[in-house]
Design a protein. Structure first.
Length: 224
């Protein structure tokens, strides 16, 4: 009988402790759920950070670079392993086009400086000049094509002419995408991306396309 009494007293002591510990564990779960809901709601309204856009653009440019490097490798191999490679006269307007494209990088950088200083008028003016220079470069490339056609040089004339048309067409299409972006960026409202971020990403793409053209043009000149 003394043993039975001791067990009953132990049960009475342990029971209330469990109840109190169980009741005490509920508020943290409830408060944690409420906090999670608030953080989730805040995350929906948060803007994507600039580094995310820059990282995405860097990855995209890496893919574009690999594509053009494959073309350049094919150009070098084909030129060295063929007997039907005939030199083509490079239109002189290509030099002017190159200067125009390099100038567009300068005007774009100037436009971004105005934006960083809060001068919207200067930004829009120089940004517009950059867009016009981009269109002028594309128009100049079409003039170069026209001159080659007038000289009887076509896509299938020989391997040298084929690579010229492929290089300029591929680069022109990528640059056209950049021109379209330049035309749309001044109208960015800033719900998901700020104007500063948009111009930074576009600037990275544009400067890359400028450098890429200088590289391709050098390959075409030396490959003659």
């Amino acid at each position: 009988m003394p043993t039975t009494t001791t067990v009953v007293e132990d049960i009475k002591i342990i029971g209330p402790d469990r109840g109190r510990s169980g009741g005490g564990s509920k508020p943290p779960r409830g408060s944690g759920g409420g906090g999670g809901g608030q953080s989730g709601k805040g995350g929906e309204n948060a803007k994507v950070p600039q580094r995310a856009y820059m990282t995405g653009m860097t990855v995209a440019l890496a893919g574009i670079l690999m594509f053009f490097m494959a073309l350049v490798s094919a150009f070098i191999v084909r030129k060295g392993a063929s007997n039907d490679w005939r030199l083509i006269p490079l239109p002189r307007i290509l030099w002017l086009n190159t200067a125009v494209l390099l100038a567009s990088s300068v005007t774009l950088s100037r436009a971004r400086k105005f934006l960083l200083h809060g001068e919207q008028g200067g930004f829009r003016r120089w940004w517009g000049i950059t867009t016009v220079l981009g269109l002028a470069f594309l128009a100049g490339q079409l003039v170069a094509w026209r001159q080659l056609v007038d000289d009887g040089v076509y896509l299938a004339s020989n391997p040298a002419s084929s690579f010229f048309y492929v290089f300029t067409a591929a680069h022109g299409l990528h640059l056209l995408g950049g021109v379209l972006a330049l035309g749309l960026i001044p109208f960015v409202k800033g719900q998901r991306v700020s104007l500063k971020t948009a111009t930074s990403v576009a600037g990275l793409y544009w400067h890359f396309m400028d450098g890429l053209w200088v590289f391709l043009f050098a390959i075409l000149v030396m490959g003659r």
